[in-house]
Design a protein around this ligand. Structure first.
Ligand code: TRP
Ligand code: ZN
Length: 881
């Protein structure tokens, strides 16, 4: 069914965009649904575009049963199918094309198009159409700039498929002969085919009435299988909060009478914003204290919001082509980040988002898969749902929002939505509207969308005591990326402040502006610029790129003492954390290079101070006590040796734990443990976060008492957060109690796939060479399957992506094992295989022994003639072909 072109397909180019030759005004679909034999009748009302070319429709893996044009069956000579396209002669403006095709959802393991979630006997049918899944359902110009109104009729056996859902408003339902029934949905809002969706099967629901700010009565319905429906209440609350927030923050109201949300365990990505019928990976919808961690609760809230916000940023205003993907994704990630910052702690959210950017996007931007936020070409669009398009894309929107200010950004967004409602837009439309509403020319910022790579800013300060002036010299440089040798200077907003040696912020006098504010934004838009501050009484400590005002890497020649000053005194939670991260990286360097102890001591002393002093939020303290992760640390090195990075980072944490003191750690742990509860308020979450961090550190210096405490916590924890935190300590320190704790965990959660994912994931995180054998044996566990993306990511993803020292064995056995599994996985699910393969993205920067072994594994894959277009493109790009 999945055609596998064995030669590389020619790339799709942004520069070759052409408006569609044919448009579709109306789509009428009729589905006769069954597990392994579904028939789809499609009636398309066609409109001729500007061009005169013949009608060509996308279609893949479809069995054509009949075809008629304007009511007349077509002679086989009047149409032909080649290169995944159906070409039809004789169509005219206003013609109606009718096709009937047959599908086999039960055998669709790619989870794209119409497929079965769960077992043949009890599972349900659903669709995933973004980006190009609709062509697996019927023949259609499957591109986002073809907007049509949809009428969808579903028919199926009532007992097997009691619930029938499609996007849009319900428009009738009834009985049919032979125990069958039907339901119809009409979507009044024109939409591209990637937003089409249907769901059919045995599902339970929870409902809530909602009235929009413009007085529309809406029914919100969340659907899940019977065993999960009671875990949907948190998502319902999050949905209502999201809807209210979008009304208040952006003036955006919901626009249908119903809003359906469905949970599935079988999903390639996080969730999907289908118009009126969002579909979620269960991981991002189901939540209860016994099986969901605090981090996951926040992820549920964030993803519910993200998909809901797409209703405007993505659905009402969609993308002209897939090169504009960040128009909807970057913008929607940004809107979600603002929402989550409003609902929770803004500083913690910013820390979390920047950490993700550094862990996922910076490495991508520094390796062979680097691409601009708006790529210039692709072979397989599914490979471009990346951290660059999503997270860096969001950072670019944040820069624009920062430049325009709160009111200016809102004005710009209002104009953007008004102007582009019902249209398929471009990034130029977006920047144009933001700029015009504010009489600002934003076109210089377009360069950010076209240039790959993370800019490096070098900062150097010079104090002149005689002139009482402080000169800050900023330089920017972006290294070449594949296909982009020349880089230009970008407009980089650098938010900054100056601190006196007493830790107070100075009033800023920059150039002729005498406003004396303590924080300012300067825009670095050339290779090098100087900024001179007047009336400075003593050499200050600069705090730069505050709030992470641009997605750049800052290198500033701070002394450890200067960083420690910022870590102790910066009032902004994000910047305080950032100073600590930079100081920890210095301390790490010193340990690695057997350098002097100055940075290590400065870091430990400052943290010990904050730890003892009190008054800090527990969650922020937990983050401050965490050095940059192994992936971030690797980004600063050449000839990367992940096992050495792991060992050095552990040594650094041990130094911190020793400085804090075993008995102090134990005392703090006991205090926090005494507050244990299962509440979700910010203080309770923060207490769990700090407790986890303290337990981690304590276990590094006392592997007797700490492990006893961990075992007890694991056995009696009232929440998944506490249980998993303790289990993770036991597993990673190879405690004697680990096996028993794992067995109990499994017994407790055997029936819950999401909890079992954690059981797999926690074991895949065992550091060092030994984990490979564990991963191999877990892959043979009856509970493991390559057919479920969550399970694949839990085991293979947690190992290969989340556990560098366990994956990158010097003997290359890790790479070979991954390559084997990738071959198998690719035959089932190319999207998931391609995404998993990107863990090898950084192979070229490994130390020589690992580098050779990794290259051999990738090259071995590339030699296979049968790779999917998805995995094939990733593998070839990684090799640099
Ligand atoms: N648009 C989805 C989002 O909100 C992404 C997505 C969901 C997706 N399923 C997909 C992308 C399948 C590609 C393939 O981010
Ligand atoms: Zn999205």
């Amino acid at each position: 069914m999945n055609a596998r072109p064995d030669s590389p397909t020619s790339p799709i180019l942004l520069s070759q965009y052409q408006a569609p030759a044919w448009r579709v005004e109306r789509v009428e679909l009729e589905f006769d649904l069954a597990i392994d034999r579904t028939e789809v009748l499609s009636r398309l009302t066609l409109r001729r575009g500007d061009a005169t070319s013949s009608l060509r429709l996308d279609g893949e893996g479809l069995e054509l049963l009949s075809i008629a044009l304007d009511g007349k069956a077509l002679d086989p000579s009047a149409y032909r199918y080649a290169d995944q396209m159906l070409e039809v002669d004789g169509a005219e403006d206003g013609s109606v094309l009718e096709t009937r095709v047959r599908l086999d959802p039960a055998n669709n393991t790619a989870l794209e198009g119409l497929y079965l979630s769960g077992t043949r006997d009890t599972g349900f049918l659903l669709t995933q159409c973004e980006a190009e899944g609709f062509r697996h359902i019927t023949y259609f110009p499957d591109r986002p700039d073809v907007l049509a109104s949809y009428t969808v009729t579903l028919r199926a056996d009532r007992a097997r498929f009691p619930v029938l859902l499609a996007g849009g408003n319900p428009d009738g339902a009834g009985e049919l002969e032979g125990g069958r029934h039907w339901a119809r949905f009409v979507d009044p809002h024109p939409k591209p085919s990637y937003l089409f969706a249907l769901v059919a099967g045995r599902l339970e629901k929870i409902e809530r009435d909602y009235t929009t700010a413009d007085s529309r009565a809406v029914t919100l319905v969340i659907w899940a299988e019977a065993d999960a429906i009671e875990r949907c209440h948190y998502a319902m609350d999050a949905l209502e909060r999201s809807m209210r927030w979008d009304e208040q923050a952006y003036g955006r109201n919901y626009d249908l009478d119903v809003f359906h949300v469905v949970a599935t365990h079988d999903f390639n990505m996080g969730a999907m914003e289908n118009k009126g019928l969002n579909i979620f990976n269960a991981k991002y919808l189901l939540a209860d204290p016994d099986s969901t961690t605090d981090d996951e609760y926040r992820a549920v809230e964030a993803v519910v919001a993200h998909e809901y916000f797409h209703n405007w940023s993505g659905n009402r205003v969609t993308c002209r082509d897939w090169f504009q993907l960040s128009l909807k994704e970057g913008l929607t990630v940004f809107r979600e980040q603002q929402f989550s910052a409003d609902m929770n702690s803004a500083a913690l959210k910013r820390i979390e988002d920047v950490a993700l950017l550094r862990r996922a996007q910076f490495p991508e931007d520094a390796g062979p898969l680097a691409h601009p936020v708006r790529p210039a070409q692709y072979q397989e669009i599914n490979n471009f749902y990346t951290a660059t398009v999503y997270e860096k894309g969001s950072e670019l929107v944040r820069m624009l929002a920062g430049k325009l200010g709160k009111d200016g950004f809102r004005r710009g967004m209002d104009l953007y939505f008004a102007r582009n409602d019902g249209r398929a837009a471009t990034l130029e439309d977006f920047l144009g509207a933001l700029g015009e509403a504010n009489h600002i020319d934003l076109t210089p910022y377009l360069a950010w969308y076209g240039q790959a790579g993370t800019p490096r800013i070098k900062a150097h300060g010079r104090y002149d005591a005689n002139a009482r002036s402080y000169t800050l010299v900023l330089k920017q440089h972006t290294a070449p990326t594949p296909g982009q040798a020349q880089k230009s200077a970008l407009p980089i907003p650098v938010k900054l402040a100056l601190f006196g040696q007493d830790g107070a912020m100075l009033a800023l006098h920059l150039g002729d502006s005498e406003d004396g504010a303590t924080e300012r934004v300067v825009v670095l838009d050339r290779a090098e610029q100087s900024f001179v501050f007047q009336h400075v009484d003593a050499a200050p400590v600069p705090s730069l790129l505050r709030g992470f005002s641009a997605p750049a890497i800052l290198e500033c020649d701070y002394s450890p003492a200067e960083l420690a000053l910022l870590l102790r005194h910066d009032v902004d939670g994000f910047n305080r954390w950032e100073a600590g991260q930079q100081l920890a990286a210095r301390a790490y360097d010193a340990l690695r290079d057997n350098g002097d102890d100055v940075a290590v001591q400065a870091w430990c002393d400052a943290l010990a101070d904050l730890f003892e002093r009190g008054g800090l939020d527990d969650a922020l303290l937990a983050d401050l006590l965490t050095p940059p992760g192994e992936i971030e640390l690797a980004e600063r090195e050449h000839d990367i040796d992940p096992s050495r990075i792991h060992a050095t980072r552990q040594a650094l944490q041990r130094r911190l734990a020793e400085r804090l003191g075993t008995s102090e750690l134990q005392r703090r742990y006991d205090t926090l443990a005494a507050q244990t509860n299962r509440n979700l308020d910010a203080a309770s979450q923060a207490q769990r976060r700090l407790k986890k961090r303290v337990l981690d550190l304590w276990s590094l210096v006392d592997n007797n008492h700490a492990l006893i405490a961990a075992a007890a916590q694991c056995a009696h924890a009232p929440t998944m957060t506490d249980r998993l935190a303790a289990l993770s300590v036991l597993v990673r320190s190879q405690a004697p109690q680990a096996a028993d704790a794992l067995a109990r965990f499994r017994q407790h959660h055997a029936g819950d796939p999401l909890a079992m994912d954690k059981w797999f994931a926690v074991q895949a995180q065992l550091p060092g060479d030994a984990v490979l054998e564990r991963v191999q044996s877990l892959a043979n566990d009856p509970a493991f399957t390559l057919k479920n993306p969550n399970r694949v990511n839990a085991l293979l993803g947690s190992w290969a992506r989340g556990n560098p020292s366990g994956f990158h064995r010097a003997d290359g056995a890790g790479y070979r094992y991954l390559a084997e599994r990738l071959r198998e996985l690719d035959a089932l699910n190319p999207q998931v295989a391609a995404r998993l393969a990107t863990v090898l993205n950084g192979w070229r920067r490994l130390e020589p022994v690992r580098r050779d072994a990794a290259r051999a594994a990738i090259a071995g894959l590339a030699e296979e003639g049968t790779l999917s277009r998805n995995l094939g493109e990733i593998v070839r790009s990684m090799l640099g072909d």
